[in-house]
Design a protein around this ligand. Sequence first.
Ligand code: PLP
Length: 457
Amino acid sequence: MRDFNYIKKTDPEAYVILKNEYYRQGNHLEMIASENLASESVMEAAGSYHILKYAEGYAADHKFGKAGRYYAGCEHIDEAEELAIKRVCELFKCKYANVQPHSGAQANTAVQFALCKPGDRIMGMSLNSGGHLTHGAKPTFSGKYFDIRQYEVDPDTYLINYDKLENEIINFKPRLFIAGASAYPREIQFQRIREAIDKSNEELLEDIKQHYEVYQSMIEENGLDYIKNRYENEKCYFMVDMAHIAGLVAVGLQNDPLPYADVVTSTTHKTLKGPRGGIILTNNEELAAKIDKAVFPGIQGGPLENMILAKAVAFGEALKPEFAEYQNQVKKNAFMLAETLKACGVKLVSDGTDNHLVLIDLRNTDMTGLELEETLAKVGIIANKNAIPFDTQNKKTTSGLRIGTPAVTARGLTETEMIIIGNVIGHLIYRNTTIEDAKEQIDEIIKKFPLDKALKI
Ligand code: PLP
């Protein structure tokens, strides 16, 4: 643990909280699928002098040269932001990036603000099927300001049924279609969704042409302008929120959405292993300009420049060969965890995983997601209760538990430990072991893989 000498002296109350959180992290196995360990370098950048600087706007030589910064003294802030942009574009092989979103939710909101008007139709995956709140859930900005249609996974396979989805897209004709998820253990076929959206857009264009033919005497614009303007205003954009899988995508271990999506958003702190934050990527210059305006001044003020420096450091780490090895292990660990749980008789949503997370279906047991979350915490494993598709329990109880491998893999755990962890969880679910026995096994792993060592990569 770092010394934290200043806070120790000036604010002992805050220091105790900080120290306790550090020990909590060290004394548990962090298996929340959306969390990870960022390196000490990333954390140093996040706590750097950049935290002090106001820098609304973009660098003067930013791709669109829009206005520059609203404050003087931004020369090094500009360098950090452009470094983050350069590195993330190299990492995901894309042309444009906005690295200012404070979080994943802000990134998604900015895209919705950039591409849609209030009341426009948006389609996203429901929470229970694995989607994120910002993909149109009722209590959120997206759910309140847009006309939302939520799609579900197939009730038999718990996978996205792409043929059914295509029909839903064609019937609903959304302005924005959102793919990506927080709790979907399988690969998403972005190419197949692009085909469905293209079909829907072709149909839209035909409808507009026919409308013009029927009503041309009443339409003032000439045919081409009318058709082009209406199409541009109504066509469906494809956004992929790859927050969960970004690290895997970066090294080719999950389908890459960038060749197919108009816009891709992500968080930087999940599999990507960076600081908390968001990013927006695109290859479309016109959309990039709209997105920059939507982030600032649209929905945010001064960027968190310390976090942007930390993002640059994390993207630099992600470009190194070790990052691919790490992601490979993340996936191997998730697979082994899934196989071990299945061997214990535990039911998994979609019967396994292709990525970094496993979703346990507890409906054939006498345990709820809440009880399992609390039981695991007692033995030293931190994971979260999670709704599963077609869950009949309420959101605070749930019939599922989501468990992921990014953070424990960063700590050094491999398949050997996944077998122990999977068996511990399986036995706890079926009440074949005691908390004490289970804790002893987990404590042994915790001692063998100290947190401090993992942070210093
Ligand atoms: N998108 C997805 C798919 C997520 O899983 C999450 C968070 O868990 C977010 C967006 C939101 O990210 P943040 O918590 O940084 O706002």
